[in-house]
Design a protein around this ligand. Structure first.
Ligand SMILES: Cc1cc2nc3c(=O)[nH]c(=O)nc-3n(C[C@H](O)[C@H](O)[C@H](O)COP(=O)(O)OP(=O)(O)OC[C@H]3O[C@@H](n4cnc5c(N)ncnc54)[C@H](O)[C@@H]3O)c2cc1C
Ligand code: SF4
Ligand code: SF4
Length: 348
């Protein structure tokens, strides 16, 4: 019996695989790492006294389903290095370490190899990052993990070698900037940083918290992400990007344009927390060549031929930035579309 290959075991690939398997299809899921989950596998709950709808609660059942589903075979530590077009379908050439293997009888392929995070890229990383007082928002994940059973407990501990009394959140790193080769909005980082700021506010009521942003993207997945809410939580906001960072022994000094007063101003802080954007994955050139796809102007992938004819489908952040809920909804749609096309083909 032919199989559908899903390449990438993040939430996009797993959602599509689970839907297809539940519809009775045989699925071969190919993941380059040794576990499922992709970029979200190390994320923890970001509730403060309330759930802030980070979407993580949606994913466990999908990953469990993939692990338990008899119709899904998972190849870990494996990637695809070539694809041979056959009369009917494809043979994929997979590689795991030294071992190269043929995977014959593949009827369709769903590519779901996701995105790269801005912090993983070497290019464009300014030298300001090499300072223990400047961290990524995701550096809070280890702290968050430790408090999952006591969501409202005051048990967060900084593992920075110092106890900051203030923190400034800086939005749009690796996004909305030609210089950073990302003209687009990454959609998820406003919500991500904002949730971390709320957790800090909840756990460290005395801490001075501020946020620099261009505008706030709700991306449809937060309870409330507004200036009123920031004010209510005593998080100061600055509607601009700082122009300069000065590093003093005792503090970091951000220089920004105070638009209301029409002059330059400064803000001092102990800790600078950077958002990080979603960037195209590292294999896009290879995928474009092997599967006859195209990179769009931002480096994300799109199909040239209709998937109904080519048998090649794309799911998740391989095509554009998106949060978990959107990725899951779109990946389900990709699976349904594939099933529909299969059915139409069978009728001809
Ligand atoms: C900083 C940050 C914070 C975020 N916070 C949130 C949030 O709070 N809430 C929310 O809803 N969303 C959030 N997101 C978005 C979320 O991470 C994405 O929606 C989700 O990861 C998309 O899943 P995906 O499967 O498309 O890609 P990925 O998570 O990137 O998964 C891709 C999978 O493909 C595998 N893979 C890659 N290359 C290959 C290859 N060559 N061969 C085989 N396998 C391969 C990878 O190992 C991985 O398992 C955030 C994103 C970022 C960057
Ligand atoms: S914050 Fe996220 S993980 Fe925590 S309860 Fe809400 S949706 Fe679930
Ligand atoms: S989601 Fe927010 S922080 Fe991220 S790129 Fe868009 S505007 Fe900037």
């Amino acid at each position: 019996m032919s199989r559908i290959a899903v390449i990438g075991g993040g939430i996009a690939g797993c959602t599509a695989a689970a839907e297809l398997a539940a519809a009775g299809q045989q699925v071969l899921l190919i993941e380059k790492e040794d576990s499922l989950g992709g970029n979200i596998k190390n994320y923890g709950c970001k509730a403060d006294s309330l759930c802030t709808r980070c979407n993580l609660c949606l994913v466990d059942s999908v990953f469990n389903q993939v692990h338990q589903e008899e119709n899904i075979e998972v190849l870990f530590d494996t990637t695809v290095i070539d694809c041979l077009k056959e009369d009917e379908g494809f043979t994929l050439i997979t590689s795991s370490g030294e071992l190269e293997e043929q995977q014959p009888d593949i009827s369709e392929v769903i590519l779901a190899t996701g995105h790269t995070r801005w912090s993983e890229l070497e290019t464009g990383t300014p030298e300001i990052f090499r300072d223990e007082r400047i961290i990524w928002a995701s550096d809070f994940e280890d702290m968050l993990e430790g408090r999952q059973d006591q969501l409202t407990g005051q048990n967060l501990k900084f593992d920075l070698g110092f106890e900051p009394e203030s923190a400034v959140f800086l939005q749009c790193n690796g996004s909305r900037s030609l210089q950073e080769k990302a003209r687009y909005c990454s959609k998820v980082c406003c919500g991500y940083n904002y949730r971390i700021a709320r957790v800090l506010r909840n756990n460290f009521p005395e801490m001075d918290l501020s946020m620099f942003f261009i505008d706030m993207q709700e991306a449809g997945f937060l309870v409330n992400l507004s200036r009123e809410d920031l004010k209510e939580r005593e998080i100061d906001y600055y509607n601009c990007k700082p122009l300069r960072l000065e590093k003093e022994k005792d503090s970091l000094i951000l220089h920004y344009e105070d638009q209301q007063r029409g002059k330059m101003a400064t803000l001092e802080t102990d800790l600078l927390v950077l958002s990080e954007g979603i960037h195209p994955g590292s294999n896009h050139e290879r995928w474009a060549r092997i599967f006859n796809l195209q990179e769009n102007e931002d480096g994300f992938l799109r199909t040239i031929w209709s998937p109904a004819e080519s048998g090649i489908y794309l799911a998740g952040t391989i095509t554009s930035p998106g949060d978990i809920a959107t990725t899951m909804a779109e990946s389900k749609t990709v699976a349904y579309k594939l099933l529909e096309n299969k059915l139409s083909k069978a009728k001809v």
